[in-house]
Design a protein around this ligand. Structure first.
Ligand code: ADP
Length: 608
């Protein structure tokens, strides 16, 4: 049997039969003992498997080590089913509350109202944040629920104990719309799914269905309050997210508070100020409010449209004005939004209730030691498995392999070809010109690059399709235009560097997740990236130094950061390994920051 380096591979199956002991400096870059089968490229990495067994054992439960190296089948680009689409154990983390989390003495009932929730309805960071924060608050002893539209695209098998709990009516555009409320559990969090009987939320994707999105979310915002009223729920906090739930604070204070909802107070988190829920007075009136009342500077008018015909409203602005507290997702983004953008004046007027709380990541969902999508698990103490993840991804995508397959032996890794990944929505915010420039520059530098991205704009999609056509046949670049949770986990695990060259970035999770998986961040200094990544060459910040940072929005600035990162990787192996160890230990978990949200909740709640 012959093994090619690119494109066509023999299956390298790891098994325990017919074992021959070989000791060599292997793909892990350390002297590990591997047992190789002489005939069919069967291999068992005894030590790689046992290294993590104790840590992973606690979280085994049918996921973490089931895909152990002992059964690993090396993928190939010619596989009928791509390696990231094979059957994985169903995803979701244990609902069990970690024992080491201190409970808050004063417990609250918190209901999130959101358009996204990971993993069942995730498009970007919003979904991760809602799930992560909800789980963190549950761990601290609070009662937490999430209310989510019941999108047709949600895979019902991912919901535990799904059941219809209420059928009620909610108002929209002159009609009372029969609506179902279902309850179920996702990743340990109780979720209420709102399903109107009209066409809202139908379609293959979370966003972009053939219905009016603004009106659908207006409906949803009122339907959540209507459900609370119908069921007698009186949470301490209704936590609304983004423009999609921006009308809820208006509906609460100008309608439902006069009806039966007395106790709740409203917290709004703005995850991205770019989307502000542009709305006409007539559209807002469809929710049952009088839209014309909100067309003033101190309420919901979009300041830029004053004097235009027609003037417009902004649900996000209305949400800012009508919420008891407003949070954005990093301290630096808070400062930036007070200085720039048309909402700055509204935020300044509401400065005393405006806070910046850095997002966290859910370290149970994003854990390389237990991640069900990884072919081999690893952690900061035993990072060897990361190299196998890189090798696995390189093989699966048909990228050139470092070193050659020598008979039955895994290749020696020279550590000269860093793998850079960029996992992102392909929108201008993310620095599209820098992403496409990085493809060229990484190639020039002799590295490899994988982009996993999804564009919502057809022109952007076409542009990246063109780049994919140009580069995907070569040995060093793969541009994959899709959304894949599974592949994203594998890429973070495989990456030497994670690139986030955003023009602006409210917080950014990609760099935090990358770090947890031992990928060194290369980022532009903006928003939450500036709060989480500190340049290795900045002597004044030596203790926190954990990545490569550039400031300019031009290609030269990006080159400078990539050049330095590549030089470190190639010429200072020990230092580089030190950075990997450091980034994997950085605590970007919600445990670190959820307490700040609890403080904010406590500062606005009332006791009736
Ligand atoms: P944003 O919220 O602006 O999209 P963040 O960095 O805050 O950016 O969060 C992005 C989240 O979405 C991360 O979990 C990232 O891994 C994920 N993601 C983005 N694009 C994709 C994709 N094409 N496939 C899978 N996951 C993706």
């Amino acid at each position: 049997m012959e093994c090619a380096i690119m494109g066509k591979f023999c299956p390298l199956i790891l098994s325990s039969s017919r074992i021959l002991m070989v000791e060599k400096k292997n793909v892990l870059g350390i002297r590990d003992k591997f047992k190789f089968c002489s005939s069919k490229f069967k291999i068992q990495a005894l030590e790689a498997e046992t290294h993590l067994s104790s840590e992973v054992g606690a979280e085994r439960r049918g996921s973490s080590t089931d895909v152990g190296i002992g059964e690993l089948v090396w993928p190939s680009p010619s596989d009928e089913i791509p390696f990231w689409k094979k059957d994985f154990p169903s995803w979701g983390v244990s609902p069990e509350v970690p024992a080491d989390i201190n409970k808050d003495s004063d417990r609250m009932h918190i209901i999130h109202v959101t358009a996204e929730m990971a993993p069942i309805a995730k498009v970007g960071g919003l979904g991760d944040v809602v799930t992560g924060l909800a789980r963190a608050c549950l761990s601290r002893g609070h009662a937490v629920e999430i209310m989510l539209p019941f999108y047709e695209c949600i895979q019902k098998q991912q919901i535990k104990d799904l059941a219809l709990i209420t059928t009620y009516e909610s108002y929209h555009g002159g009609n009372w719309v029969p609506t179902n409320a279902y309850r179920g559990e996702v990743s340990g969090i109780p979720v209420v799914f709102i399903e109107p009987s009209n066409h809202f939320f139908k379609g293959q994707f979370v966003y972009g269905g053939s219905y009016n999105e603004l009106e659908a979310y207006l409906f949803f915002s009122r339907a959540c309050l209507e459900w609370m009223q119908a069921t007698g729920a009186q949470p301490d906090i209704i936590h609304v997210h983004e423009w999609q739930a921006g009308a809820l604070p208006l509906l609460y204070w100008d309608m439902y508070h006069y009806l039966s909802l007395k106790k709740p107070r409203i917290v709004l988190t703005i995850h991205n100020m770019e989307h502000y829920g542009e709305c006409s007075q007539e559209q807002l009136s469809k929710s049952g409010l009088d839209g014309s009342i909100y067309a003033t500077i101190d309420k919901a008018i979009d300041d830029r449209t004053i004097g235009h015909n027609p003037e417009r409203l902004s649900l996000l602005k209305g949400g800012i004005v009508y919420s008891n507290a407003v949070v954005t997702v990093s301290p630096t983004y808070l400062k930036e939004t007070l200085c720039t953008g048309w909402l700055a004046s509204t935020l300044l007027r509401n400065r005393d209730k405006y806070f910046g709380v850095l997002n966290g990541i859910d370290t149970a969902m994003w854990n390389p030691a237990t991640d069900i999508f990884l072919p081999v698990k690893f952690n900061a103490q035993k990072p060897e498995g990361k190299k196998l993840c890189k090798y696995y991804v390189q093989r699966g995508l048909g990228l050139a392999l470092e070193g050659t397959l020598d008979g039955n032996h895994l290749p020696d890794i020279t550590c000269k070809v860093p793998l850079v990944v960029c996992i992102t929505r392909l929108v201008p915010q993310k620095g599209l010109h820098l992403i496409s420039h990085a493809i060229k520059h990484v190639e020039e530098l002799g590295g490899q690059m994988v982009i996993l991205g999804k564009a919502s704009d057809v022109r952007v999609e076409r542009e990246f399709e063109g780049l994919a056509k140009l580069h995907n046949q070569g040995p060093s670049t793969r541009i994959l235009l899709m959304f894949s949770e599974e592949l994203s986990h594998m890429l973070y695990a495989a990456a030497d560097m994670v690139l986030v060259p955003s023009m602006y970035e409210p917080c950014g999770l990609s760099q935090m997740i990358g770090m947890r998986y031992g990928a060194v961040p290369v980022v532009r200094m903006t928003g939450g990236l500036a709060d989480t990544v500190f340049d290795v060459d900045d002597q004044s910040n030596h203790d926190r130094a954990n990545g490569f940072v550039f400031e300019g929005i031009d290609e030269g600035s990006l080159n400078w950061a990539l050049d330095r990162a590549f030089a470190h990787y190639r010429e200072k192996a020990d230092e580089w390994n030190g950075i990997i160890g450091k980034v994997m230990e950085v605590d970007n978990s919600w445990n670190n920051t959820a307490g700040k949200y609890v403080e904010i909740y406590n500062s606005v709640r009332v006791r009736l």
